[in-house]
Write a protein that binds this ligand. Sequence first.
Ligand code: KG4
Ligand code: ZN
Length: 343
Amino acid sequence: LVTMRILGLETTCDETAAAVVSCDGEGRGHILANEVLSQIAEHAAYGGVVPEIAARAHVESLDLLVARALARAGLDLSDMDGIAAAAGPGLIGGVIVGLTAAKALALVAGKPFIAVNHLEGHALTARLTDSVAFPYLLLLASGGHTQLVCVRGVGDYIRLGTTIDDAIGEAFDKTAKMLGLPYPGGPEVEKEALRGDPERFNLPRPMLRRDVPDFSLSGLKTAVRLEAERIAPLSATDVADLCASFQAAVVDVIVDRSRVALRAFHAAAGNPTALVVAGGVAANQMIRAALQRFAAEAGLRLVTPPPALCTDNAAMIAWAGLERLRLDLTDDLTAPARARWPL
Ligand code: KG4
Ligand code: ZN
């Protein structure tokens, strides 16, 4: 195997990010720089990401982040073996910003260009951090996506299950908003849940035991709203108990869906080498602990990349670009920006 270095850009949502990632002669990945600028402050007043504000913020800070990433890595554009950008799925204005910048850099520097699927970035991160071998079972849970995937190889995915309505992170965010907690809601709900009673409210566990590992979360969210309306005005204890009860329901659903997905995985691809959890929701300690118990029961290694690599970042885009470049899977400069792009 040859050593390689890639510059990666990520602009599909509300994080502007640039990173430099390398692989050594053994194929192991190394993060040489991983710069992220969150726009949370710019969107907080609106309780969610405003696409137009996001796109403008990406334009304003992306070149600075690229310069910073290269400086931190102690490298120059000419040292790169390729330039990668997330070409979707995501908010189209932001995607266009990152994609156009990466194409321009590739053209100027005369380097290969790689259009990366943002979801593939999340899916392959465990190979950067833990050298996980194919095939593995992936739970990808973020603000925009909820999928259980059989990862057989680079570009070779079987989607076993997905959500038929809200993403898990989105359910956390909407629940938080309903209860008057700030955006993004996941960490806030988790914090409240720590001092709440998970058994006070008997909330539904949608899809439990269904034999296709899909998710449905909007009914759970509605159940929280109805309980909140029933007992309003809410005390601090009420909010904490609602958060704890909501989180307990989500945990039950995630473990049940993962168990069903593992059965489907066996049928499709034999034994996985690991259960990998990625996406912003993987930062949740309760969810991690429950999946750890499930993985141990199933005799599987649980791999959860560190939180900074679970939420949106450019190291995962650079790494996915590197994995593709290694296989000569490069793209030409006409590669389109895609708002929707299933794995
Ligand atoms: O992967 P990510 O950074 O961005 C997307 O691609 O969506 O995920 C962000 C999502 C948000 O919905 C956020 O509320 C959720 O991940 N999240 C959490 C936690 N930290 C972030 N959800 C539950 N518990 C957490 N600790
Ligand atoms: Zn993401």
